[in-house]
Design a protein around this ligand. Structure first.
Ligand code: ATP
Ligand code: MG
Length: 606
């Protein structure tokens, strides 16, 4: 361990980009220069706009403009089925299929601004429905196919969905029982084949393919105001009931800019974002950003499996990969040998989002994949990447990187009640270097959410003194790198110390026995809270008393007694959201014997 700037310990040295494989000229060659010169007005000019000055539409930028140009025959989507079967869709084909979908909505009398929900597995139909909806100027709301009936009903009701696109199987398993409680839902469109229309199907349940066959493959996108609502995304529900974040067509400017700067997309890239479009990452970066850049996008229908994923990376020749810490931790758990049997030499840039990325994982990437992992930070509310480690910049493992050019980020001081401190002149107080505070962003970037649907008061509470408050605690070092401390709600206050669970979890992960860890504050009459860790062990380790003591000793040596966990409990099934995040609020509720609150976004427990 070395002393970092400002006296904070830095456990890993900087990863210098010169050791990175496949050195090539990144889109952004100098962060400081780009930051000084970047404007969102310039970023807008990189896009086409609808012909005849009729506004800005996401689907035009992602599909139609490529189909009308030299990339017409370039593969837009390469869909890999559960059993390895493959289907390629070119930009030209995607343009026609999405036009049919838009015409079908038109034929059903759906109006611009009405909400179209999509509950589909990751296969071509999902992408056609999503982009066709955007073409039609109705609002896209993708749902994760693993949701149960109640979370689906909640979201359809909150979003007043008028159309739901799903498969016959998902319909029977999840929609039939809630259908009567959704009076606003006018049409259910079923993909694929279903045997006997009739029996359990109502007459407003239609076969999508029949509708698509009956309409034209030409569609002229109507005038689209960039400020028109385009997407409704529900947050992950990590801290409570999911919120419906409203996004507009102008968001595509951010998706393009971040694809260029933060993901370093080049026209010849094969890009794979492992997130499901049911989460904002899977739409912003699994659909919009790569297609706007005209690259080939890999879509894998299957779920996580180390061999399968390495196989996809190798066989499809993925060059840019965007994934999540939980997946990386599982790959680490599978061991480097699993990686070494695959040729991953095409991989040139790997990024991660969604949870803090442990320094361990960044370094593991360099060893096992041949490239380090670039952590970046953003939220459903921000619509696109806000803070990132970039291709042209050295990585500081454990740091989320620096604000995107065009984004002004600050660290604001909070008082002991958790309120942002506003000085006498009404200005929010900025934290000093390395001081912890709340990550705040200056509003005005194109993909910023415009409301929480049906919760405008809550939306307005997110803004103080001209800043958007993210709810996450961070610190910024003297060189401008941001370090995640914890979600506002997860931070532990113990004997006068503020402890971020991430720091403790990362330390535990350095121990060879630990696969995953979730850390909470457990109420304590003396210290306020004490640190308690729930630990999942790697295969081959037994949950013995000796190991528990060893882990406590191991953490004490690294973190000091004030920060190290006082208690450790072995738990092979930590609660996760469907998007893979550890849900600390649930660990805490269970510890306290309290109710579990909203669990609609959670993975089912075995
Ligand atoms: P909810 O708001 O419903 O509780 P959520 O905040 O998990 O759920 P998302 O918008 O999907 O919903 O996730 C954004 C949050 O994920 C961020 O606010 C942050 O807490 C966490 N996060 C995202 N990226 C990172 C990162 N690179 N490092 C640390 N945390 C991250
Ligand atoms: Mg959130």
């Amino acid at each position: 361990m070395t002393a970092g700037k400002g006296g904070r310990p830095v456990r890993w040295e900087t990863i210098h980009k010169s050791i990175q494989r496949g050195i090539r000229r990144p889109n952004m060659v100098d962060y400081e220069v780009e930051r000084a010169t970047f404007t969102w007005e310039d970023a807008r000019t990189a896009l086409d706009g609808l012909p005849g000055g009729r506004g800005l539409n996401i689907a035009h930028e992602a599909v139609d403009r490529h189909a009308a140009g030299s990339r017409r025959d370039h593969v837009a989507l390469r869909c890999v089925g559960r059993h390895g079967e493959r289907q390629d869709v070119t930009y030209g084909e995607l343009a026609e299929r999405t036009s049919r979908f838009a015409n079908a909505l038109e034929a059903l009398g759906v109006q611009a601004g009405e909400r179209v929900f999509v509950l589909l597995p990751r296969a071509v139909d999902l992408y056609v429905a999503a982009l066709g909806t955007l073409k039609h100027r109705s609002v896209l709301c993708p749902l994760f196919a693993a949701f149960g009936p109640e979370p689906i009903r909640q979201r359809l009701e909150l979003g007043t969905g008028c159309v739901l696109v799903t498969t016959p199987t998902l319909y029977r398993r999840k929609v039939v029982e809630i259908r009567d409680r959704l009076p606003e839902l006018r049409h259910v469109l079923l993909t694929g084949d279903f045997p006997t229309p009739g029996s359990d199907l109502r007459e407003d349940t239609l076969k999508l393919d029949t509708l698509l066959d009956a309409v034209s493959a030409d569609y002229e996108i109507g005038r689209t105001d960039p400020q028109e609502m385009a997407l409704l995304h529900f947050t992950s529900g990590t801290t409570g009931t999911p919120k419906g974040a409203v996004h507009v067509h102008e968001a595509v400017v951010s998706h393009h800019a971040t694809g260029r700067i933060a993901l370093d997309l080049h026209p010849e890239d094969v890009f794979w974002c492992t997130a499901d479009p049911g989460w904002v990452t899977g739409t912003s970066y699994g659909i919009i950003s790569p297609l706007v850049h005209g690259v080939t996008c890999i879509v894998d229908e299957g779920d996580f499996d180390a061999d399968r994923w390495y196989g996809v990376l190798e066989t499809e020749g993925v060059s840019v990969w965007y994934t999540a810490p939980t997946a990386l931790r599982m790959l680490m758990q599978a061991g480097s040998d699993a990686a070494n049997t695959h040729d991953l030499s095409r991989l040139r840039f790997v990024a991660s989002v969604g949870e803090p990325l442990n320094p361990e994982a960044v370094v593991w990437g360099q060893e096992a994949l041949g490239v380090p992992i670039h952590d970046n930070w953003w939220q459903t509310e921000t619509g696109g990447i806000m803070v990132a480690n970039y291709a042209c910049m050295d990585i500081r493992p454990g740091s989320m990187g620096r604000p995107l050019p065009g984004i002004e980020a600050s660290v604001l001081v909070r008082d002991e009640r958790g309120h942002v401190v506003v000085a006498g002149d009404g200005a929010a107080l900025a934290a000093a270097d390395n001081e912890e505070g709340e990550l705040a962003l200056r509003p005005g970037w194109p993909s910023m959410f415009r409301d929480y649907l049906g919760e405008n008061e809550r939306y307005r509470r997110c803004f103080v003194d001209g800043w958007y408050l993210s709810g996450d605690l961070v610190r910024r070092d003297a060189d401008g790198y941001f370090w995640f401390v914890g979600r506002g709600d997860d931070v532990i206050k113990s004997a006068g110390h503020l402890i971020g669970p991430f720091e403790v979890e990362s330390t535990l992960l350095e121990h060879p026995a630990v696969a995953e860890a979730g850390v909470i504050g457990k109420p304590d009459p003396l210290s306020g809270e004490v640190v308690k860790a729930f630990v999942t062990l790697r295969a081959g380790y037994e949950p013995t008393e000796d190991l528990r003591l060893d882990l406590i000793g191991f953490s004490r040596k690294r973190l000091g007694a004030a920060v190290a966990p006082r208690e450790i409990e072995f738990d092979q099934h930590l609660p996760h959201t469907h998007s893979g995040k550890i849900v600390r609020r649930l660990l805490k509720a269970r510890e306290l014997g309290n109710g579990e609150g909203d669990t609609s976004s959670l993975e089912e427990q075995p």
